[in-house]
Design a protein around this ligand. Sequence first.
Ligand SMILES: O=C(O)C(O)[C@@H](O)[C@H](O)[C@H](O)COP(=O)(O)O
Length: 244
Amino acid sequence: MYAPAFGTLRVYENATALAEAGAEYVCDLAGGRSGRTIIALSGGNTPKPLYERLGAEPIKTRMPWDRIDWVLGDERFVPPSDPASNFGMARAAFLGHVPVPPASVHPVDTDGVTLDEAAIRYEAMLKRLYGADTLEAGRPLLDLTLLGLGEDGHTASLLPGEPVLQERTRWVAPVPRGRVEERITLTYPALNASTVITFLVAGEGKRAILDKILSGDTDFPASHIRPQGEVIWFTDRAAAGRWA
Ligand SMILES: O=C(O)C(O)[C@@H](O)[C@H](O)[C@H](O)COP(=O)(O)O
């Protein structure tokens, strides 16, 4: 086994085993903390089976639902009822049927606002959760951030070549319509203010990009995720390839 350029690698037999281990990890992390835990969710297909396990026994009863705030790492600029909504997916997978206090769930408000306003409001919400307007070194904003990896090396909605990659001040930025539909995304400063970032990467289609990033290729948005704490790559054998 080689050493990844950053983070530690956990390789599971298949996507199902990855989802089980990932859900256990989330539950243990939240359960092992005494205060509140802020967890950032990713969209995409890979986390869905993990989310479903959070909402099902035996994990459902072990989760300290009243001590967790759920935020989104990125979101499409659509209402939760839209099939493309990341929040809608998380709500259907688990948040809609677990005993989570409504005030602890933080979807992106897209109703009657512009894309930029939605980003500004989401940033204001994060600042309220953080209790300050400026990120302080050594005091993370997010306790656990779940991220995915696109075949082009994007993560959250930090897409290759987009101006959002240069954002160093805002915590949340709009991603105007272009190669994808309108979205908002947490920026590097916000994502990197995490204690733990887990990348969930499954399937053969991700093998080439994962190999490049683990090898230290810095050409991709996901290559620049460097949280205050640690990165853990949760992968299956198909994605891990020679790294397994
Ligand atoms: O909202 C999203 O779509 C994302 O947050 C995005 O960054 C996703 O995690 C990757 O595109 C991987 O998606 P898959 O897990 O579907 O491959």
